[in-house]
Design a protein around this ligand. Structure first.
Ligand SMILES: Nc1nc2c(ncn2[C@@H]2O[C@H](COP(=O)(O)OP(=O)(O)OP(=O)(O)O)[C@@H](O)[C@H]2O)c(=O)[nH]1
Ligand SMILES: [Mg+2]
Length: 284
């Protein structure tokens, strides 16, 4: 079970919609995976995520994952030669109240405790120096606070087996809405690159992106976040993606629908970690 964490409006629901769409279409084809919903609820829920963005050209409503959210449950399988590998893949989008402070509800703690991996989203507008910040947004101190709050919540829930007090499960920390930052990145930044086609996990690209993001956090004077992550997580890496591909206007999805960039990266890392994918060049 992959739990999406992150502050309100960081892009969790949009990531859910677009990542699953990619996995069901082009990406899944390229990886040779099949994604099958395990129950009728998942079929209905996936439609609630897809229809606005891909059918109605609308952004997702804020309260899509309200109340006691239920994970989307799929069987994700991959056949290579005679061998089939399969996972039961649960993706849990979370309501904004979960990481907003206050006392956690019991269901929330139970869900966090049951996570096998976390994808923690951050909005670049919360990082000083990354992009000009709209009035009223908290800035770096705010984003460090948000990261602290999320990490505290995960630790309180005992997410994963704690490793010397740190969160033991893989944590993918992702800068969502990369389209807002991309114009100011140097032309040779690995963040501009697209995934090389093929079913393998590209470890060299992964490491280049992780290194680039650590450098960017330092440049933006947000490296306190990296330090907090180091203290709190035994196993984390940095990611950046744009689920929509470009900034939306008002409530409308960008014309032509989402054109994601690197949205698959956190999933590819986790699928590699959970044995569904091999390293590029060593596919069996
Ligand atoms: N520029 C840009 N904006 C995005 C992207 N994805 C989401 N957004 C914006 O961020 C807003 C919030 O996205 P959601 O996916 O609803 O975020 P959330 O974390 O689920 O938000 P809550 O559930 O309301 O806490 C959207 O309405 C968009 O305006 C992206 O890839 N690029
Ligand atoms: Mg949401």
């Amino acid at each position: 079970m992959v739990v999406l964490a992150g502050p309100a409006g960081s892009g969790r629901s949009t990531f859910t919609a677009v990542a699953l769409h990619e996995l069901r279409h082009g990406l899944g084809e390229d990886l040779g995976t099949a994604l099958l919903p395990c129950d009728d609820r998942t079929v209905t829920d996936v439609r609630r995520y897809e229809q606005p963005l891909y059918g109605d050209a609308h952004l997702l409503p804020a309260a899509l994952a309200s109340g006691s959210p239920r994970p989307l449950v799929h069987r994700l399988s991959r056949r290579t030669g005679r061998r089939e590998r399969a996972l039961t893949f649960l993706l849990l989008d979370t309501p904004e109240s979960w990481f907003a402070g206050g006392e956690p509800a019991e269901g929330e703690l139970r869900s966090l405790a049951g996570a096998d991996a976390i994808v923690l989203l951050l909005d670049p507008r919360d990082l000083t120096g990354a992009v000009p910040r709209p009035a009223g947004r908290p800035g770096a101190a705010g984003s460090a606070l948000v990261v602290d709050r999320v990490l505290d919540r995960l630790r309180t829930a005992g997410a994963g087996s704690p490793d010397r007090g740190r969160i033991g499960i893989p944590v993918a920390v992702a800068l969502a809405k990369l389209d807002l930052v991309a114009p100011q990145l140097p032309p040779n930044s690995p963040l501009h690159r697209r995934r090389s086609p093929g079913p393998g996990f590209d470890a060299a690209d992964r490491s280049a992106v992780d290194t680039e993001l650590r450098a960017l956090l330092a440049l933006w004077r947000s490296d306190g976040i990296d330090q907090r992550l180091r203290e709190a997580c035994a196993d984390y890496q940095l990611f950046a993606f744009s689920a929509l591909g470009r900034a939306p206007r008002g409530d409308a999805a960008p014309p032509g629908g989402p054109r994601p960039h690197r949205v698959e990266d956190p999933l590819m890392w986790l699928l590699y970690r959970f044995g569904l994918l091999d390293r590029a060049g060593s596919e069996r």
